[in-house]
Design a protein around this ligand. Sequence first.
Ligand SMILES: Cc1cc2nc3c(=O)[nH]c(=O)nc-3n(C[C@H](O)[C@H](O)[C@H](O)COP(=O)(O)O)c2cc1C
Length: 413
Amino acid sequence: MWKFSNPIKHPIPEAHWPTAEEVAGSLLFQPIRIGSLTLESRTWVPAMVPWRATEEGFVTEANLDWYRRFAQGQPGALVVEATGVRDIPSGPLLRIGHDRFIPGLKKLVETVRDASGGHTKLFIQIIDFLSVKRRPEPAKFFERFLRITWHHRHSIAELTKDSNWLGVDDARVRSFLKDAADEVIDLVLSPHELESLRFGYRERVTDMHLPHVRELPLVLPEIFADAAQRARECGFDGVELHYAHAYTMAGFLSALNTRDDGYGGPRENRVRLPLEVYQAVRERVGDDYVVGVRFLGDEVIEGGNRIDDAVYFGVEFAQAGFDFLSISKGGKFEDAQQPKVGQAVYPYTGQSGYECMPTTLSDEVGPFGRSVPLVAAIKRAVNAAGFMTPVVATGGIATFEQAERRSLIPIGS
Ligand SMILES: Cc1cc2nc3c(=O)[nH]c(=O)nc-3n(C[C@H](O)[C@H](O)[C@H](O)COP(=O)(O)O)c2cc1C
């Protein structure tokens, strides 16, 4: 995991239960309107994946236990973890990409209703992600995975000053690379190929040579709309579209998105698919259903979005009609640490991962409410544009006092 070079240990402040008087006088425990619903309080449990689903994406007893415990605390809102919108394997992550997932998710809804005595509104976060493969054994990579091209032959010919390399077969190139030193490999492989070798193959929204990536704008609106319709059928009070962290929709929003099909480049293009997905979802679930969005106040990666991008997106989302904006930070692949061979790169291991889930070993700013300035900037801009869309903050908000000072209320891990 990434660490500050001279970390400062910040003690966790002692938490106490607020008294009845404190509760009555607080903003935290006041109701708030979210679209067509009223939350009884502004306490909000954001989406957190506990990796407790079956390998096939079904709800387990362990999932029910996890959500039952949160529900017993009767938060105003509870958001179920990132749940896959497609009908594809995704390990022990919940899925909502087919009707067969409905019975299990209905049970989850009932469990939260019972455990919270009906006091908690329940949303589900829905997510799309692209393919990420495990870091390969180098020999296997060169023998099987790497697609040999003219560029490889050309680079080897230049390096060895031997033009015969231009005419050799693939097997010869593979064998050369398998035995080559790292510095040679650095010169022969493209940055994308080097990443596949050292971190594992990972798709990006900019991989326009892949038909299924090129076609994302054609297919995603309906896939998200289908998932949202199922969420409504299961009895969830609303859906949260996952446009944050390292996943497909965040990839479209990212300043690193250079797609040349009108869905990349300037901000207006990068927000286009996220808005089209929203429209498709809204048309499917109707105006009386809560549709919120989670996105990043800052990507915390080189060349990535900063707060001015987030402010622009926030206003666009509010104007489009999203019922709430939930702000996260970081959580990207671009600065993730190198995984061991056989493991997949994990987007919460770099500095952007720290900023996503700050811990007490921090810098002088400390972990508590670290993302609140971003949230405040987005909220100010949304309000200034004439919208009262609620904005949710998360990240190191650990006590009643900390939450109360910030007026919108996150309780994550
Ligand atoms: C175990 C775990 C799983 C998480 N899973 C998700 C997720 O599915 N979707 C999401 O948007 N954020 C996810 N997050 C981020 C949290 O929602 C939250 O933004 C983050 O933990 C910061 O809040 P905290 O400091 O109160 O923990 C996860 C965090 C943790 C600790």
